[in-house]
Design a protein around this ligand. Structure first.
Ligand SMILES: CC(C)(COP(=O)(O)OP(=O)(O)OC[C@H]1O[C@@H](n2cnc3c(N)ncnc32)[C@H](O)[C@@H]1OP(=O)(O)O)[C@@H](O)C(=O)NCCC(=O)NCCS
Length: 184
């Protein structure tokens, strides 16, 4: 079963390991931390920043990935969602999709947000399909917007409004619990 828990100091090492994992790094805008000192500097800023938050994704209690939210302190009441499954064995089984649904649900319940949005590299089919399955709609397309791995990439902008999640929430969660991916 997939669940979310709070991020804790014990996650410092696994987060640098996951972020440097090639299949995760491939789809991120920025470069991974070069060393632990750089990672710790990101960690301190992340933990102290009221604008940012998120959860560790767990499977049967074991940490497998991360969901981040950015924009929590913004007057616009929208947050940007980022997510990855850091454990390679856990990808491609529907677990990311399950974690994302739990993350959306918690984000809309725990924060006074009107919208959650994300930006995804245009060739990241897995993420785009998973986000569409949760009810994200395409809001924009930015050409040659990200320079990564020696080339420019197009980027898709996606968003889901509070009421759009409310409309699909029960069906999405029921489907995931029916597949035994999340608790009923
Ligand atoms: C994007 C990411 C979080 C998605 O997580 P995931 O677990 O790999 O993806 P899903 O949950 O959508 O599952 C992937 C596949 O498993 C399939 N699957 C297998 N068993 C399934 C089940 N029981 N229920 C639903 N889907 C299942 C899905 O159909 C999907 O296949 P498809 O893409 O051909 O339709 C993950 O691939 C990842 O971390 N990628 C690298 C980082 C990244 O891209 N982050 C997002 C951009 S910021």
């Amino acid at each position: 079963m997939i669940d979310l828990r709070d991020i804790a100091d014990e996650d410092i090492e696994r987060l640098i390991h996951w972020r440097r994992e090639p299949e995760v790094d491939r789809w991120m805008y920025g470069l991974p931390p070069a060393d632990m000192a750089q990672h710790l500097s990101w960690w301190s800023a992340f933990r102290a920043d009221p604008d940012r938050g998120g959860w560790i994704i767990t499977r049967g209690g074991k940490p497998i990935g991360l969901i981040t939210l950015q924009g929590l302190a913004s007057p616009h009441r929208r947050a940007q969602l980022g997510w990855f499954i850091g454990d390679p064995d856990a990808r491609g089984r529907g677990l990311g999709r399950a974690a994302q649904a739990l993350g959306l649900d918690r984000a809309f319940r725990e924060y006074d947000l009107v919208k959650i949005w994300s930006q995804v590299l245009a060739d990241n089919d897995t993420a785009l399909k998973a986000q569409a399955a949760a009810g994200f709609r395409r809001e924009g397309y930015m050409r040659r917007h990200c320079f990564k791995a020696e080339r420019f990439h197009d980027v898709v902008l996606l968003g889901i409004l509070r009421e759009e999640w409310a409309a699909v929430r029960a069906a999405v969660l029921k489907d995931l619990s029916g597949s035994h991916l999340i608790a009923a």
